[in-house]
Design a protein around this ligand. Sequence first.
Ligand code: NAD
Length: 296
Amino acid sequence: MTKIGFIGLGNMGGPMAANLAKAGFEVTATDLSIGAVDRAVEAGCARGATVADTVKEADIVVTMLPAGAHVRSVYTESYGVIANAKPGALFIDSSTIDVDSARAVIAAASDKGFAMVDAPVSGGVAAATAGTLTFMVGGEAGAFERSKPALEKMGKNIFHAGAAGNGQVAKICNNMLLGISMIATCEAFNLADKLGLDAQTFFDISSTASGQCWSMTSYCPAPGPVPNAPSNRDYQPGFAAAMMLKDMRLAQEAAHKAKAATPLGAQSEAIYALMEAAGKDSLDFSGVMKLINGEL
Ligand code: NAD
């Protein structure tokens, strides 16, 4: 039976590790939080006392950590994955991190003979729990093929985005587009309202016209037209504005390095930062509607 070492059992990693255990993999799991490890044990995983203990017998190591610094540390320090994994193990990092860190860690793994992919996800806690995440995978074709049996137990769409780091590229470009389109949708609904056009009527027209986009039809930031959207539960997430801001900042960092012009991305990052400054970044990112309509 394939053995998996899972590191990072937070909001996303917890249910992902549980799905791997449920699918019959022998999962050893660890986290800095004992409570998170306790929950993973209840879900069928074995307790990993340390990172080294978690990876030493694993055929596949999966990490789901907050940011690039955590991923660099967990993989490259002496207590970490590369120094303690068994020869031939495959590494999968599903955290959303900066492209440079993803590429540096994959290169460090490769230097020691390990195959590794970056495999960030789209879909939040509900998709992680349901096993319906979308994975965007960067890395060599062989490593991608080897990662698929495990990824398929955590997600329903698995894409090979190309070379190392390209999973992160796909993720931040998609989320930059989403972050921009959400603000644009808020502006349109707010203007319609100010001009005397109600949200449902504008939705009925625009969702079948050329302004149509996912932010409108699946996640409408104006209360009413999309019943299960966060706007109908006072913008409880969903996908928090703080997480969107993290991804917008990663996109801007990458854009600066690549000398890519992203004027709307830059402006949108600044707008989500205003939600942070207002102490409202725990709201869903579609709560940017409150900033646009003057409620914040
Ligand atoms: P989280 O903060 O809930 O979980 C991260 C976990 O990593 C924590 O439990 C923390 O204790 C653990 N951790 C940190 N350093 C560690 C170490 N050295 N050793 C062991 N464990 C360590 O975060 P999350 O919401 O699960 O998100 C994880 C990643 O997934 C992030 O990169 C995030 O951007 C991305 N993501 C999150 C969502 C979402 O909706 N929450 C959606 C898509 C992508």
